[in-house]
Write a protein that binds this ligand. Structure first.
Ligand code: SF4
Length: 209
């Protein structure tokens, strides 16, 4: 079957993705031990600008959502639609995956931009404060994540999921042949970073210490 190698490659990439998450979490654990973050605080899901994701991370989240009930999927699609509209006109927008108890409904598959965040001071209006070395580690990990997904792109999570909803994009992406020119309008409107000519990905940078 023609698509089999791509599917297999994708499975391998997903495995590598989670290994990278684990490696990052292990290396930042000493820094994170000083975090003041508490359960129920969702400042970083509401007030930190872009919740960035790669296409590979988007594929993982899509797969996770397939396990949800039809009404739950419909509800999140509506929230993602609203989130896309908000993000086009304002910097901050509550993440579509945050529930009413301020918990992440895709926590096991949340993207790296969520995993890298913590704060050693209560965020408030100032946003999170993160150790400089943890920030540097996160920046290097982002580069590796993008290298892992060379046929893809990065951008705000709801934009990436929107792109992945398009069968023609998904097919081309999985076969490693998608041409940005065919989706130029979306790439520009959503300010996506193509991994072939990447120059950075992520939320607006928090202060460091
Ligand atoms: S994906 Fe989850 S952790 Fe990330 S911003 Fe959304 S609700 Fe928060």
């Amino acid at each position: 079957m023609k698509t089999m190698p791509s599917v297999m490659r994708l499975a391998e990439k997903k495995g590598r993705l989670f290994s990278l998450y684990e490696e990052f979490e292990r290396r930042v654990a000493p820094f994170r031990a000083q975090a003041v973050c508490v359960k129920g605080c969702a400042d970083c899901c509401i007030q930190v600008g872009t919740v960035a994701a790669t296409t590979l991370e988007g594929m993982v989240i899509r797969e996770y959502l397939e396990g949800w009930s039809r009404p739950a999927r419909k509800a999140v699609r509506q929230r993602l639609h609203a989130n896309r509209r908000e993000k086009l006109t304002q910097v901050f927008a509550r993440c579509a995956f945050l529930d009413e108890e301020q918990a992440c409904t895709v926590y096991p598959v949340r993207p790296f931009s969520c995993r890298r965040l913590y704060s050693v001071k209560t965020c408030g209006d100032q946003g999170p404060v993160i150790h400089r070395r943890a920030m540097a580690l996160a920046s290097r990990t982002i580069e590796v994540l993008q290298d892992l997904d060379p046929a893809g792109c990065s951008g705000h999570l709801s934009f990436i999921l929107y792109l992945l909803e398009k069968p023609e994009f998904r097919r081309a992406y999985l076969q490693g042949v998608w041409n940005a020119e065919n989706f130029q309008e979306l790439v520009e409107r959503y300010q996506l970073t193509l991994h072939t000519n990447r120059s950075g990905q992520g939320r607006s940078s928090p202060p460091v210490m």
